[in-house]
Design a protein around this ligand. Sequence first.
Ligand code: IMP
Length: 188
Amino acid sequence: MRTPTDLMADIGEVLLDEDRIQARIRELGAQISADYAGRRITLVSVLKGSLPFMADLMRSITLPLRIDLMEVSSYGGATTESSGLVRILKDLSTSIEGEEVLICEDIIDTGLTLNYLIRYLKGKRPTSLRICTLLDKPARRLVEIPVDYTGFTIPDQFVVGYGLDYDELYRNLRFVGVLKPEVYAAPE
Ligand code: IMP
C-alpha cells in the first residue's frame, strides 16, 4: 500500500475551501432549523465520510436533536468505483420509530448506497425521512434519490478531504479537493 508523505502534493485542485464549506453549512443549518421549527429531529450520519459534516451541521441547527451513526461499506478499499453492494457494518443504536429523521451524507455518487439505506431506514417506521448531502455528483447517478438539502453540486471528479477518503486517507483535510488521477492509478 502506498502511504503519501505529503497529502497536499496529491491534490490537483481545491474544489471547495474551508470558508465556503463552513458558510454553506451555516445556511443549511438555518434552513433545516426553519423547516423543522417546533419539532425535534434525529440526524443519522453515515460513517466514516460524513463525520466532519455532521459535526459541523449539528452545531448549525438550533433545534433539539438526537444523533445516531451507521456505517456501511460500498467501495472496497483502494477503488474509486461503487460496487453496488452495500453492507451494514454498524447499525443504529437507538430506535427511530416515530422520529423525524434526517440522513446526513457526505456525497451522493451513483446513489446505490443511499437507495439501500432509505429502504432500510423506512422499514424502521420514522415519521419522516429526509436527506441532506454535502456533495452531489448527479452525472453518475444510477438510481433516482429524492435529495432535500444539498450543499454543493460538483462535477464528475473523484474528491477527497473534509471526511472523504481514498483508501482511508485524506479525510483530515479541511477542504474538498480533487485527487490527482495518478494517485489512484499508481501501482501498489
Ligand atoms: P454511491 O453509492 O455511489 O452514491 O456512493 C456513495 C459513497 O461512495 C459515499 O458515501 C462515499 O463514501 C463514496 N464516494 C463517492 N464518490 C466519492 C468521491 O468522489 N470521493 C470519495 N468517496 C466517494
